[in-house]
Design a protein around this ligand. Structure first.
Ligand code: ZN
Length: 189
């Protein structure tokens, strides 16, 4: 497979994370290559999911791996959701911060794989959460927008303090109390 590039992951404040990504029209060699590079990037992070806008590409494609090997989904849609589940959700684009967020527990995802075959996947708990999180990225939504008002205020304070402490955005180590900071052991996507 030769050398596969690892992309820098775009973080909060980058306008590409606020755009709705466009449908993939043709699953050509460029898309296959992009998927390979996204998988490498996700594994290096490490993360359990990664959407194309997180590497600056405005296309509806995401990759994920919840322990059963990397998978790619193109033009995904959630067609059904059920139940409620609270989970400490984290994001590679808002690194090292986690918040308890309630979302549907189970979802049914449809889309296409890299061979253009139709996918139809019932997903529960972590996988269901990853699918919802990645879909949000494709619609320009960050998990910050899923927080309760008070959580969101606190999050914005932390992110502003980080930006002041390190305008280049390279220090992830600013310590945070009471926001589910966990030293990087929880999955991010
Ligand atoms: Zn994310």
């Amino acid at each position: 497979m030769g050398t596969v590039a690892i992309f820098p992951i775009r973080v909060f404040g980058d306008p590409v994370l606020r755009q709705r990504a466009a449908e993939v029209e043709d699953i050509d060699a460029k898309i296959v290559r992009l998927a390979e590079e996204m998988i490498e990037t996700m594994q290096a992070a490490p993360g359990v999911g990664l959407a194309a806008p997180q590497v600056g590409i405005e296309r509806r494609i995401f990759v994920y791996d919840v322990g059963e090997g990397p998978m790619t989904v193109i033009n995904p849609a959630i067609v059904e959701s059920r139940g409620e589940w609270e989970y400490e959700e984290g994001c590679l684009s808002v690194p090292d911060l986690h918040w308890p967020i309630v979302r549907p527990k189970e979802v049914h995802l449809v889309g296409h794989d890299l061979q253009g075959r139709e996918l139809s996947i019932d997903a529960d708990e972590l996988l269901g959460r990853v699918f919802q999180h990645e879909l949000d990225h494709l619609d320009g939504i960050l998990l910050l927008q899923r927080l309760e008002k008070d959580q969101r205020k606190q999050a914005m304070r932390i992110l502003r303090a980080r930006a002041l402490a390190d305008p280049a955005g390279s220090a992830a180590g600013l310590s945070v109390s009471g926001v589910g900071d966990n030293g990087g052991s929880r999955p991010e996507a």
